[in-house]
Design a binder for this molecule. Structure first.
Ligand SMILES: Cc1ncc(COP(=O)(O)O)c(C=O)c1O
Length: 400
């Protein structure tokens, strides 16, 4: 039997995470001695706040080194309910909460719990790379509702309505959005809720993991609307707002029967998340959310800088991201041009050429369902960003 014959169709049909792949390519090039600037990564470059690190150390000393209940320690689930009330005015009890090894696992659990073969999941596009593959792994069929740069990457509620069929299980989106940085306003979310509310078999999975990184306006949750409240699953986590990517802690707030179903799945796969990490997460969530503001202000300063610089590149179409830490320019004006004799026809070729010649790693938009774009993360130091912008300007300036 050949090596590929033994592999399942699931894995053979699975796309590799484009963001992780690009980060690896950047690391490889760096290992060869090149000065590569990675703007491909989806994680804050800050350290976890000291208070949270100290809480983990205390928890270790207090013996939080054992298995936890599968849906999470009661302390943490209560803290999540407090946070959801305080920040989002949402009423949940610990029975609605499941803590997982990152929001990625949370979304995986939800898909495994809700999707039957052939069920449809409506995904707002540009989307976070993993949505499509996690839905497919569960046997689901992603249905794309697209928004482009001219609409600030926000979907038209009528398009959402038109995409709903009898097979639709749920609508999945993130606000603030990875990769576009768009943040839906209360009014916009209300209209989307109205479009979905008419179809009582359709649920909503609202990924709010970038909640604490909003520059313009405020973060709003679609779960606040009464007409969809009972059918909304809120996904959130510690990775982005608290600079805790490596801790692997995410959570969901869902109707109790869905929380139970996800607990059942998680109980056969990973069990509860790490005990001392959960104690630290509870400390973080119970702290005044002002704790997250320092990072947010630094991201805002970087956004201003990056937008100013990228605007100077002729042909790049920008939308101003209102949150998260990504810029998602439409670069299709450069397709058909070439760099040092090498033709560039799509986002993958552009990202590879940028890495090879400018030593700047970005991610091709195709991976996010937006082949006209590239994703530039500005979760990097000011010094790195300055260097990267100089290289990008030089690169695009030389395209003919
Ligand atoms: C939109 C979105 N959702 C979920 C996640 C997963 O976060 P984690 O698994 O680190 O909690 C990410 C990470 O990049 C993301 O960008």
């Amino acid at each position: 039997m050949s090596a590929t014959n033994i592999l399942s169709e699931t894995v053979l049909n699975l796309a590799e995470s484009a963001t992780l792949k690009m980060s690896q390519m950047a690391r490889d090039l760096r290992a060869q001695g090149h000065d590569v600037i990675s703007l491909s990564i989806g994680e804050p470059d800050f350290d976890t706040p000291e208070l949270v690190r100290e809480a983990a150390k205390t928890a270790l000393d207090e013996g939080y080194t054992h298995y936890t209940p599968v849906p999470g320690l009661m302390d943490l689930r209560k803290a999540i309910c407090t946070k959801l009330k305080r920040d989002n005015d949402l009423d949940f009890t610990p029975a609605n909460i499941v803590v997982s090894n990152g929001a990625k696992q949370t979304i995986f659990n939800i898909c495994q719990a809700l999707i039957n073969e052939g069920d449809e999941v409506i995904i707002f596009t540009p989307y976070w790379v993993s949505y499509i593959e996690i839905v497919r792994m569960a046997g689901g069929v992603p249905v794309i509702v697209t928004a482009d740069v001219t609409k600030d990457y926000k979907v038209d509620p009528a398009d959402v309505s038109n995409a709903i069929t009898d097979r639709t299980k749920f609508v999945l989106f993130s606000s603030p959005s990875n990769p576009t940085g768009s943040v839906y306003t209360r009014g916009e979310l209300g209209e989307i809720a109205n479009a979905i509310a008419l179809h009582d078999h359709v649920y909503i999975v609202s990924d709010e993991i970038y909640e604490h990184i909003v520059f313009d306006g405020v973060h709003e949750s679609i779960a606040q609307f009464e007409n969809v409240r009972d059918r909304t699953i809120v996904v959130n986590g510690m990775s982005k707002g608290f600079a805790m990517t490596g801790w692997r802690l995410g959570y969901m707030a869902a109707p109790e029967f869905i929380a139970k179903a996800c607990t059942k799945i998680q109980g056969q796969v990973t069990s509860g998340a790490s005990a001392f990490g959960q104690k630290a997460a509870a400390t973080a969530l119970l702290e005044d959310p002002i704790m997250t503001k320092g990072m947010m202000h630094q991201f805002l300063a970087r956004r201003e800088y990056m937008i100013g610089q990228l605007k100077e590149i002729d042909g790049m179409q920008l939308s101003i991201p209102e949150g998260a830490f990504y810029i998602f320019p439409d670069v299709s004006n450069f397709y058909g041009k070439s760099y040092e004799g090498q033709a560039i026809n799509n986002s993958a070729e552009l990202a590879e050429s940028l890495l090879e010649h400018a030593h700047v790693a970005v991610v091709a938009g195709a991976a996010f369902g937006a082949p006209k774009c590239i994703r530039i993360s500005y979760a990097a130091s000011e010094e790195q960003l300055e260097k990267a912008c100089a290289r990008l300007k030089d690169y695009f300036g030389k395209m003919v």
